[in-house]
Design a protein around this ligand. Sequence first.
Ligand SMILES: [Zn+2]
Length: 426
Amino acid sequence: MLALQFQLQQSQWWSAEQIRDQQFQQLKTLLAHAALQTDWYGRQSAVAELGNQQNPIDEQAFRQLPMLGRGDLQNNLPALTATEIPPAHGQRLSLATSGSTGTPLTGYESEINNFFWGACNLRDHLWHGRDFTTKFAAIRTKVSRERLPDWGRAIACAYHTGPAVTLDIATPITDQLDWLVAEQPSYLISHASNLQALARQSLSTGAKIDNLRGVISFGEKLPADLSALCEQAWQAPLRDIYSAEEVGYLALQCPDETTNYHVMAEQLIVEVLDTSGDACEPGQWGEVVVTSLHNFAMPLIRYRIGDFARVGEPCPCGRGLPVITEIMGRSRNMITLADGSRHWPSFPAELWLAVAPIKQLQLVQHSPQQLLVHYQLEQALSESQQVELRRQLANSLRYPGEITFEHHLEPLTEPGQKFEDYISRI
Ligand SMILES: [Zn+2]
């Protein structure tokens, strides 16, 4: 792990061209393997051709390879699974994803791929100077209330660490906060919406987590106000991780004084493409398409992960790793107007908290003229509060259509579900 970390510390400074050369070299090996060992890619002559050592590989040739959709992955798992993987890649491990869209995916990864995920996890801690001797807390899915001796295998194999504590994210927020106050961890990782609820609860009750030195969010679109909220509630800096269960860590935030995300280019090729399939220029946003370079157990080549992101200029830190400035979420999180135009909605929490102490707010659009606002609150909004919230939302969303409200006493998400503040059902 330390040897790989050393390599990653070198490669982060390579030029963009050098990184691309290395990616294409690894890609060739992956393509040859995929063509030979899977039915799916075996049927695609372009994959075998480009995997052939004799044929040159460049941007244009790479972009000719067909893309793989989420639906393709869901419906063709056996065809995408490799019959054999190189012995040096270790065992085939099972991947079960929680599926924020409701349909869980199950797939495979190799041990070596899992090891690379661990290396990115360690890289994140090292980049942000986290103190391994302290206590780490994780509130997430697929864990129970537990006390662990260390920060996990990927870290503990290289460093002596303090303990870690875990809690199921389905635990009520007040209980989560009580648990954090009792545990007093130095670092906390959770989903953005959960951190938001915890920080607000901390502020309203005055609960203190004095030891907290850093907060890490992952798995959800980062709300614009979360960083300020973490500072306000806990005086702790927030760092976000862009990851997906099918491919692991896509990008980590730069260790320097910038909010840029650096793509984990040693592990995957991340394309950000415009509607005609061309690479976006800095400042433009487009669809994220991922090629996982080390997972030979279930090769994912040009996989349309469903997210949209904005490309950045090269980072002032000097690292050659590609830059993403913003992850915009999924196209199903875009608002549609009556004229057919679409944009990502913005409705900061200050706006709706100024109307009522709403715990959770979720907007669901059923038609271009019809927007339903689900909200969790102890009592239903009064008529005048509804008028005010409707006015605020219409303004902020640049949406002139009808807005109706639905009151909920219980949280809006099922335990373990990812929270999405805007869902389009058009
Ligand atoms: Zn940077």
